[in-house]
Design a protein around this ligand. Structure first.
Ligand SMILES: NC(=O)c1ccc[n+]([C@@H]2O[C@H](COP(=O)([O-])OP(=O)(O)OC[C@H]3O[C@@H](n4cnc5c(N)ncnc54)[C@H](O)[C@@H]3O)[C@@H](O)[C@H]2O)c1
Length: 446
């Protein structure tokens, strides 16, 4: 007989529930570790054998600064509470399974959920009666009902609601703060019934200190995609304002400082583009139900503004240092976020390919990304222009005067408003700051 949700809740509360986590990336791995740390036995499954091998050695495969994660993985593995594998059979005894795989959109901006569908096809084969399956991945509104439920029913031969239960508890982490976000930020526990939602609350209260809001799956889908689309649109506003400031002779950094003195206004920082796995696609997930009309919606237009920023940075480089024969540009920062190794949808990658297409030789440096590590001076030496794309704290140590000396021409495009302009001037740089017209008054210079 299928176990009741009350019984499932009891084994969650006494920590005897067996847990499974599918997808051991930025979301699934820390979640698996925190559950193991909360004294659950956790089986993790990922397609990538090298990742699985590292985890089983107690080593974190995530290379950016993630305070506490390396220690937590080591502790969970050595205590025998976390075991990773590539085999779905290891999930056969699980009482709760979290799905944490990637959910990108395709080139036409539409989600097709290949990874999620593949997971459902494989998980259904090993699903025991009464399991609670929780999707943590970010999904378009309606995906639990239109994709996950039918796919699991087809592969398991069981009915949702009786043979198994479904929930959606989207993650709210940022790389660099994975553990602290998971422990402290509130979560929406969307269940296919109020009882499922309450069972999810029992599970997540084992490591989440923030509020746990019970809801239905559709609400959870809408909330997650809305919170990221809101951020994308807000960044697009800052970027649009930066472009206008350049056009009219203004300085966006001074303008936002003064705008933000009005209660309720909080203009974000402009920059050279929006990257990462989540923000560039979650607006499209929220807008998915609009079909082709998504492109001309507010969300689609904001996406266009943000996607256009690497091109704008390339245009600033072109103004400062036209692509004469052998002109070389050093791009500082390749991950999408400061002090992170996450290079997914990197705006610097787009910038580098635009610059190469314009005829520049491009050298990339990033202290967190293996391919581009090394001395920043080596990247700058002989360059005709540098571009600061990512505000890695390591670049604070850059000796601007020494950098100017090793460059063929001391020119710099600051796409993050990172450097103090008087210091750039003192070091002898010819520079452009995003959102600042060359003619903008020097009284505004930070
Ligand atoms: N990265 C973030 O900061 C973040 C924040 C909030 C939400 N999310 C959401 O969480 C989800 C996961 O994101 P992520 O950053 O952890 O992705 P990721 O790419 O780091 O990890 C996904 C993992 O799933 C594995 N995988 C893919 N298909 C699989 C399959 N069929 N079976 C087993 N494993 C499989 C991949 O090998 C990979 O290791 C996405 O929906 C994302 O939008 C991510």
């Amino acid at each position: 007989m299928t176990r009741s949700l009350a019984e499932l809740r009891a084994v969650i509360e006494d920590r005897s529930a067996k847990l499974g986590v599918i997808g051991l990336g930025y979301v699934g791995l820390p979640a698996a570790c925190l559950l193991a740390d909360a004294r659950f036995d956790v089986a993790g499954v990922d397609l990538k054998a090298d990742r699985v091998e590292l985890i089983n050695k107690g080593i974190s495969p995530i290379e950016g600064e993630e305070p506490g994660l390396a220690e937590l993985i080591h502790g969970a593995v050595s205590a025998g509470r976390l075991h990773a594998s590539t085999a779905y059979e290891d999930l056969a005894g699980a009482d709760v399974v979290l799905i944490c795989v990637e959910t990108p959109v395709d080139a036409d901006h539409r989600p097709r959920f290949a990874a999620l569908k593949a997971v459902c096809a494989q998980l259904g084969r090993v699903l025991q009666d009464g399991v609670l399956v929780i999707v943590e991945s970010t999904i378009a509104p309606g995906t639990i009902d239109a994709v996950v439920r039918p796919a699991l029913e087809a592969s398991s031969g069981k009915k949702a609601g009786t043979g198994f239960h479904i929930g959606h508890c989207p993650e709210r982490v940022m790389p660099g703060k994975l553990l602290s976000n998971m422990r402290t930020v509130s979560r929406v526990c969307g269940g296919s019934s109020p009882e499922v939602a309450q069972t999810m609350v029992a599970l997540y209260s084992s490591y989440v200190g923030g509020e746990l809001d019970a809801a239905d799956c559709l609400t959870a889908e809408l909330v997650k995609t809305a919170e990221n689309a809101y951020r994308d649109v807000s960044i697009a506003f800052a970027n649009q304002l930066a472009l206008i400031c350049e056009q009219v002779g203004g300085d966006v950094w001074r303008v936002r400082e003064l705008v933000n003195k009005v209660p309720g206004r909080s203009v974000l920082l402009p920059g050279g583009g929006v990257g990462g796995h989540c923000i560039p696609k979650d607006s499209w997930l929220l807008a998915a139900s609009l079909g082709e009309a998504a492109d001309n919606s507010l969300l689609g237009v904001a996406r266009d503004v943000n996607d256009g920023m690497p091109d704008h940075v390339a245009a600033l480089v072109n103004e400062l240092a036209p692509p004469t024969d052998g002109a070389r540009v050093a791009v500082l920062g390749f991950s999408y976020l400061e002090n992170s190794d996450d290079t997914r949808n990197s705006p610097s990658e787009v910038l580098a390919s635009r610059l190469r297409a314009m005829g520049y030789e491009v050298v990339i440096h990033d202290p967190f990304v293996e391919t581009y590590r090394g001395e920043v001076d080596d990247a700058l030496t002989g360059s005709d222009c540098a571009v600061l794309m990512v505000a890695h704290s390591a670049y604070r140590q850059l000796d601007l005067a020494a950098a100017a000396r090793v460059m063929r021409h001391p020119r710099l495009v600051d796409a993050r408003g990172f450097f103090r302009r008087p210091e750039l001037q003192a070091a002898g740089f010819d520079y452009r700051v995003i959102g600042v017209a060359p003619s903008a008054g020097s009284s505004a210079a930070r």
